[in-house]
Ligand binder design. Structure first.
Ligand SMILES: NC(=O)c1ccc[n+]([C@@H]2O[C@H](COP(=O)([O-])OP(=O)(O)OC[C@H]3O[C@@H](n4cnc5c(N)ncnc54)[C@H](OP(=O)(O)O)[C@@H]3O)[C@@H](O)[C@H]2O)c1
Length: 254
């Protein structure tokens, strides 16, 4: 079960899982984007079920659980990859972005875990992967609301790992650094936000970001998705945080 499977990292996870013979339910907000994502699987569409839901909606977790069980009869994995960019400073601006980031990165994953973990326990165990961020490991004031929520998502991972490990459900976080997905690269995305803030040409801002990364470039969705698959395959310990950030944040979390 993957939230955010219509784009970027989540979509790459869907592709890799389907290539491995997996059956996947994708959750996104809009029917047409879900259908388009399924269409891009060319040939493997049958392995994928779709559910249109905003993960922050009150009824979303129960709908997701019921739809996944109806489609596949069991739930072995949950990947929380839904997310949106937010460049929010610490000034006394509106609190909406803070609430939005918290709901999306902490409350929605928490409610989905609460709804789906019992089905995993009943099926003999499973894995939950929260796609957090390097921003949660090294928070920056330039995207404060996002970073604080992502730090919260890392803590959420740890507390649920402690709670669920003995019942056969492993909870793990993947912490990507800047990754060339629509969230970063599309018009209005993170790169445009940084470009507007810097007042410099877009390609120069992108080059400056890449220069700060030891790897020298942004990650690809597939590189992050490979870490998510490794976690789903049981290669990460309970509560582990897998960084995929090109060596950007080197200190041990926390
Ligand atoms: N790209 C990066 O540099 C980067 C770095 C670190 C962490 N991350 C994290 O990685 C995750 C995936 O990001 P991405 O870069 O792959 O972004 P993306 O390409 O923009 O994809 C975001 C996905 O989230 C879904 N989504 C957003 N809000 C939703 C909601 N309320 N309910 C249901 N689905 C929702 C979108 O689906 P619809 O629009 O179809 O509803 C889309 O599938 C996010 O949690 C992000 O914070 C990204």
């Amino acid at each position: 079960m993957i939230t955010g499977g219509t784009s970027g990292i989540g979509e790459a996870v869907v592709r890799l899982l389907v290539a491995e013979g997996g059956r996947v339910m994708i959750v996104g907000r809009a029917e047409e984007r879900l259908e388009a994502a399924r269409g891009r699987l060319a040939g493997d569409e049958g392995a994928v079920a779709l559910l249109a839901a905003d993960v922050t909606a009150e009824d979303a977790p129960a709908r997701v659980r019921d739809a996944a069980l109806a489609a596949f009869g069991r739930i072995d994995g949950l990947v929380n990859a839904a997310g949106v960019s937010a460049t929010t400073s610490l000034d006394a601006g509106p609190l909406e972005p803070w609430h939005e980031q918290w709901e999306l990165n902490v409350i929605a994953p928490k409610r989905l875990i609460d709804a789906l973990a019992p089905a995993m326990i009943e099926a003999g165990g499973g894995t939950i992967v929260n796609v957090a961020s390097s921003a949660g490991r090294r928070p920056s004031a330039t995207d404060a609301a996002y970073a604080v929520a992502k730090r919260g998502e890392l803590a959420l991972t740890e507390v649920y790992a402690q709670e669920l490990a003995s019942r056969g459900v492993r909870v793990v976080a993947v912490a990507p650094g800047p990754t060339a997905t629509p969230l970063w690269m599309d018009p209005g995305g993170r790169l445009d936000e940084l470009t507007a803030a810097a007042g410099e040409p877009r390609d120069e801002v992108l080059a400056a970001v890449a220069t700060k990364l030891p790897l020298g470039r942004l990650a690809t969705s597939e590189e992050v998705a490979a870490a998510v698959l490794a976690a789903l395959a049981g290669l990460a310990d309970d509560g582990a945080v897998l960084p995929v950030d090109g060596g950007h944040v080197t200190e041990t979390y926390p």
